[in-house]
Design a protein around this ligand. Structure first.
Ligand code: GLC
Length: 727
């Protein structure tokens, strides 16, 4: 007994000495302490110079930490579709790493076209795992700028023309990213709806359109998605640069919406110390670079929020409280990300991510026309299938600007089709080229036409390609037409072989002069690493297409709202651009002006067919605080399993202010086996029927009659119910 007593005594003395010596852990290092306590404790320990270092870049894609306190630097990476290859310290050029080839996920227009928030969550989680694995603390995405014109070079990075669709899809994407301990960075806030003169164009738009069309997806990302970072846009709004904008960043984002995260400038979007200090910017990035090319080298100490800001604080010209608020926000992001010891480790370019990438691609592809049931093409159905078009082979994970990727794998449509149908069946010819210096366009066309004559089936794969002016950052499209004389080639192919299916790959609508002649048409997207497998699975019928258009495709460009007024409305006069279509963006314009589009928002066919039952509601009258409960049945009346997105639009009978004819207020994607019937229910809070009264500066639901319509697209209503909102 004696021996064990003495051993125990000695042990407890040692423990006491050790614990007595161990200093109590500082609060900011104790992740059991509340976030705000850690923030205040860290802030209180930092010097003025250490604080200044945290609010501007130290390299092209990082900002400083505070090494004395063990606070790490913050590393950022593009983009919304995958993790960009590691750049050099002070240049956008890739550093030439050999272990940074990523999964290329489909473009966000494709994700929007799935109309499936669950897929958005899986997308966010997977891309967040790749960002985490690459030790990135901020993923510079997603982008949710509204598709106002089909000429905008960056629409492929965004989620379409409707604020409700973009809102429902962006929230789960953000949540998925951030569950990895990586901050999503919602961009480009706000009104960055064109690339033409993007650094200096000043947008003039009404408060109604601002609040009803251009802000909702950002607001949802902040208030529901709890996004930890927001990127200020390049353009100006009402005369002020969006990366230091009092109304947008202080009044709306941080006050009205209670955003507690970090505002990062776009790269090269900062022009002034006082404005940056006072107007809500928290980290200045990319100054003296236009976000892409020119710039001074290693100029970080001269940034507007670097030495000039320090000098103005020291001289008393600017209050230190402005700096402290910025640093609080950066510290909050740090404790949420690289100082959260419990965050997962991430994973990179895995089979699991490839599978998610493929599923999103498959679910986003939109079947627009299929009158002769040309699709699906069963394996063995034809002996000789000719694939024509450069987009069948061209890498589409590169190009497009800052969202470009170095993909570990990119299966082209041609590879996917050969894999599916065999190389004896699949024959290929370029048909057209984006490199006229390499090929003679006319001979390419002649060869394609000659081969098409003897083919059993022709599959044309063309579209845009993320080259300059063809869906690319900094370069809006110059035309609504397909480039490289594709229209002529498509028309001539249809003349020599009626059995021709056309697949357009793009992030924007395009003119379709051949639409009457083409028997089958698919709208595809920049599908990423698994493009060929996804496309072949849809073409073969292994996957039944279920995508719906996230934007309207006009018959001609001038039918589109923003393009129907003249240059002052788009692209502007290089100084100002006036959003005169106001709240009538996308289908809101076509509906209200009674213009028939080529293909409407929310449209997409299937290899099966669906029958919609009657829409019913739980009441006829509702108060302004009620929730409307709707229900309907839907039956798969065809012979194949499939999925359909049911949409609910609302129309107000006698609004006191002009309103669009109808607005999307709910949607649900439902899978149905052949012959299966399901009951689908929706809930719409009455407050969602509001419009923004810019005189009263508030959302207003009026006592009035409303029609709620169940639709398979914005132009195809299957059933409606009338309800009344009463006091
Ligand atoms: C670019 C883009 C922005 C990107 C940033 C960093 O100019 O506008 O979306 O995240 O600079 O590359």
């Amino acid at each position: 007994m004696k021996r064990s007593f003495f051993i125990g005594l000695i042990y407890s003395i040692i423990v006491y000495c050790v614990s007595a010596q161990e200093p109590s852990k500082p609060i900011y290092l104790d992740d059991s302490k509340p976030l705000e306590q850690r923030v205040e404790d860290a802030l209180s320990r930092m010097t003025l110079e250490e604080k200044i270092a945290m609010v501007h870049a130290q390299s092209k894609f990082s900002s400083a930490g505070c090494s004395r306190l063990g606070i790490p630097e913050v590393w950022m990476s593009d983009g919304p579709h995958g993790i960009r290859p590691e750049p050099l310290w002070d240049a956008f050029k890739p550093a030439g790493w050999t272990n940074d080839s990523c999964t290329a996920f489909p473009a966000l227009t494709c994700l929007a076209a799935t109309f499936d928030p669950q897929l958005a969550l899986e997308y966010g989680k997977a891309i967040g795992e790749e960002a985490r694995y690459r030790k990135k603390d901020i993923l510079l995405g997603p982008g949710v700028n509204i598709y106002r014109t089909p000429l905008n070079g960056r629409n492929f990075e965004y989620m379409g023309e409707d604020p409700y669709l973009a809102s429902r899809m962006v929230v789960p994407y953000i949540q998925g990213v951030q569950q990895n301990g990586v901050a999503a960075c919602l961009k480009h806030f706000a009104l960055n709806n064109q690339e033409r003169w993007r650094h200096n164009i000043n947008v003039e738009v009404s408060d109604r359109a601002l609040y009803e069309i251009y802000l909702p997806a950002f607001k949802a990302g902040v208030q529901e998605g709890n996004v930890w970072a927001v990127m200020g846009a390049y353009n100006l709004f009402r005369g002020q640069h969006c990366s230091h904008h009092d109304l947008l960043l202080n009044k709306i984002l941080k006050n009205e919406w209670s955003f507690d995260g970090v505002v990062v400038s776009d790269w090269g979007g900062v022009y002034d110390t006082d404005e940056s200090a006072r107007n809500g910017l928290d980290i200045e990035m990319g100054t003296w670079s236009d976000g892409l090319t020119n710039g001074r080298a290693f100029a970080y100490d001269d940034y507007f929020l670097a030495r000039p800001f320090l000098d103005k604080i020291k001289s008393g010209e600017l209050p230190q409280q402005l700096l402290d608020d910025k640093v609080r926000r950066v510290l909050r992001l740090v404790f949420r990300t690289n100082m959260d010891r419990n965050r997962p480790w991430g994973s990179f370019a895995t089979d699991a991510h490839a599978a998610i990438s493929r599923r999103i691609a498959e679910q986003g592809i939109v079947l627009l026309k299929n009158e002769t049931q040309l699709f699906p093409v069963s394996v063995g159905q034809y002996d000789r299938i000719l694939v024509v078009g450069e987009n069948a082979v061209k890498s589409l994970t590169v190009g497009g600007g800052s969202s470009e990727l170095k993909a570990k794998k990119e299966i082209s449509p041609l590879e996917g089709l050969i894999e599916k149908y065999g190389e004896k069946t699949i024959h290929y010819t370029l048909g057209y080229t984006s490199e006229p210096q390499k090929y003679d366009a006319d001979s390419l066309r002649q060869v394609a036409l000659a081969l098409a004559k003897s083919a059993d089936l022709v599959i044309y794969i063309g579209g845009l390609n993320k080259d300059h002016y063809q869906d690319c950052e900094a370069f809006d499209r110059k035309s609504f037409d397909l480039p490289y004389d594709q229209n002529d080639l498509i028309e001539r192919l249809l003349e020599v072989n009626k059995n021709t299916g056309v697949i357009i790959i793009s992030g924007n609508g395009v003119a379709m002069p051949w639409i009457e002649q083409v028997p089958a048409l698919i709208q595809s997207w920049y599908l990423g690493s698994q493009a060929g497998n996804a496309m072949a699975n849809v073409i073969s019928g292994e996957v039944n297409p279920s995508g719906k258009l996230p934007f309207t495709i006009p018959k001609k460009l001038e039918d589109n709202g923003a393009n129907s007024f003249g240059p002052s409305v788009y692209p502007g006069d290089s100084i100002n651009v006036y959003y005169k279509e106001d709240i009538l963006v996308g289908y809101r314009w076509f509906d209200t002006k009674k213009i028939e589009p080529q293909f409407p928002f929310g449209f997409g066919l299937s290899y099966t067919s669906f029958n919609y039952g009657k829409l019913t509601t739980d009441n006829k009258e509702y108060s302004k605080t009620d929730v409307i409960r709707l229900s309907c049945s839907i039956t798969n009346t065809g012979g194949k399993d499939g999925a359909e997105t049911l949409q609910i639009y609302s129309s107000q009978r006698h609004p006191s202010l002009p309103r669009p004819l109808k607005e999307l207020k709910a949607f649900k994607k439902v899978s149905l086996k052949a012959g299966e019937t399901k009951t689908v229910s929706f809930t719409i809070p009455v407050k969602d029927l509001a419009f923004f009264d810019d005189e009263r500066h508030e959302w207003v639901v009026e006592q009035d009659r409303f029609t709620l319509s169940l639709a398979t697209s914005s132009a195809d209503i299957r059933s409606s119910v009338r309800i009344k909102v009463v006091e």
